[in-house]
Unconditional design. Sequence first.
Length: 258
Amino acid sequence: MLAFAWSVLVLYMTLGFRQFSHHFTAIRDALEAGQENRARELLAHWQNLDASELPRTEILRHVLEYSLLAAHRHVFGVFFWFVALSTLGLGPAGAVLYRLAEFAGRYWAYRSRVTGTPTHDRLMDLSQTLFGLLDHVPARMTAFGFAVVGNFEDAVDAWRRHAVLWLRPNEGTILSAASGALGVRLGGQAAPVAADGARDVSRTLNQGDSPSLIEAEGSTQGTPPSMAHLRSVVGLIWRSVVLWMLLLALLSLANLIG
């Protein structure tokens, strides 16, 4: 019982709905109230970028993309590695491993950009590469979950055709599948502008997001982002959570019976 309580505690500490949900909610409320300038300020604060000139549709697009990736990195990816290593008798080590790998993958570039401290480039590249390998399977499981609880055929088609639009394949897999599942257009040729005015595709964004959101090769198919899609993405994420909880319950039941 103590081991079970410890696993639950560590999983609770490593899962992070609050890492993005309150930002998402604040921006959505500002847009619903017609306060686009306020929404731009909130987006800039959340992602540490200059959003002062973003039109409404671009604000919506970035909020959708950041929220989908944050949901994966703070919920689905953590949960995948928690289950994977706990079945091997390692308890909650998988959840801690994933969160530390994600943090290390973005820390060095973030520290160099914000504080001006010199960064060890090889260490930064190595940490991001290792996190990409660690995130390979969870990213595809997240994309598959979005396809199952959304529009399956469109999600798989978008995954197959548009995942290569993003600079990093893991994020491209998630965002393209979500685009098809929701029927919304994601991606774009314009890179977000950094706080110093530069369009730098090598920078790593704050709050767990990566430079893969700075697209360079077009967008997916679908309707332009709207307020309805903000509501839809919440439903998509929660349905995915329920899906994986049910699968875990079935696996646990089969293990007990066996």
